[in-house]
Design a protein around this ligand. Structure first.
Ligand code: SF4
Length: 324
């Protein structure tokens, strides 16, 4: 079994925000499912068995069910798996008293580090004063933290921090091209919801150009993955593709059970293209900006017409189709 290193646990796909760059296409419209106590124990036990020393916790927004988050922390601790950090957009620091109570609980549970998201995409949904209040409190309570990404903070401080800001408002302050420039500065792996602006960055090329048998490294190296609330492993850069965590870590990818993932592993997007065409897929005549955009288009077609266990979660495809 492979050992997940620098890997994460996804508590939920639901989020208070719907950021343009979100790999998981999280949104307030996603199902409100959250990792259960039983699943948390299963995932923690599997990670311990695989030899994982520590993980980060992310979502969606993990703080949307604080009791559930605490149960996961306890399960990981019981199985000797440490917590590198917990990700949050800081929305819950609207209420200082509530934030203090939560930080006291996290401290008692042995959490040391929080990652606070701040960037031109989150600011459309979370007023900056909330993550700022959170980092002040984290300092006060002696937590370690990092702002992801600090580089944007100074520019965003020029805005009214008490409110969220629309794309149009952000364009006037950050420049017409701020979405693409933010993606570049971030060093974003363009996948998930960010595929919707990949065409603004890369020139489109025909499907055949991207139908190659090159290996997609994240699929064949399961050491870095996310394990979600449904017990599935999601390869690190390929959202919308999944396998049961144990199968994935044991690289036991059966062709019948996982027709998409197994083809991608065996023969890349070329093999998936053959399969998708045999199911009636017709590529976009205008072409695609990236290989992942082409891969996604085939998968979103297959998810509708030939659903399989490796195409999910369902909400990902729903949100991707709804994306602006
Ligand atoms: S082409 Fe598909 S499988 Fe390969 S990295 Fe991109 S999304 Fe993942």
């Amino acid at each position: 079994m492979k050992t997940p290193i620098s890997s994460g646990v996804i508590t939920n796909y639901n989020c208070t925000a719907e950021c343009r760059h979100c790999m998981f296409a999280s949104s307030p419209d996603c199902k409100k499912d959250y990792m259960t106590k039983e699943r948390a124990s299963e995932v923690a036990a599997l990670l311990a068995q695989a030899g994982t020393i520590s993980v980060h916790i992310g979502g969606g927004e993990p703080f949307m069910d604080f009791d559930g988050l605490c149960l996961l922390i306890q399960a990981l601790t019981r199985h000797g798996v440490g917590i590198d950090y917990i990700e949050t957009n800081g929305y819950w620091a609207k209420d200082e008293a509530l934030a203090r109570r939560r930080l006291e609980v996290l401290k008692r549970l042995g959490v040391y580090t929080i990652m606070v998201s701040v960037d031109p995409f989150h600011i459309e949904y979370v007023p900056l004063e909330r993550p700022l209040r959170l980092v002040t409190l984290l300092d006060e309570y002696g937590f370690d933290y990092f702002i992801w990404q600090q580089r944007f903070l100074k520019r965003l401080m020029a805005l009214d921090i008490t409110k969220t800001h629309t794309k149009e408002e952000l364009m006037t302050v950050l420049g017409e091209n701020y979405i693409v420039e933010t993606a570049r500065e971030y060093g974003l792996g363009i996948n998930g919801r960010a595929l919707h602006f990949a065409g603004d960055i890369y020139e489109k090329r025909p499907a055949e150009f991207f139908a190659t048998d090159d290996e997609c490294p994240s699929l064949t190296r399961p050491n870095h993955c996310h394990i979600d609330l449904y017990g599935n492993a999601i390869p690190s850069r390929c959202t919308g593709i999944q396998a049961q965590a144990r199968d994935y870590l044991e690289t036991d990818i059966d062709g019948e059970k996982y027709p998409v993932l197994s083809r991608l592993i065996k023969g890349g997007t070329k093999e998936l293209f053959e399969y998708a065409k045999s199911c009636g897929f017709v590529p976009d005549k205008e072409g695609y900006p990236t290989r992942c955009a082409f891969c996604f288009d085939m998968r979103q077609y297959l998810e509708k017409t030939r659903p399989s266990d490796d195409l999910g979660p369902k909400d990902f495809y729903i949100q991707m189709r709804n994306a602006y």
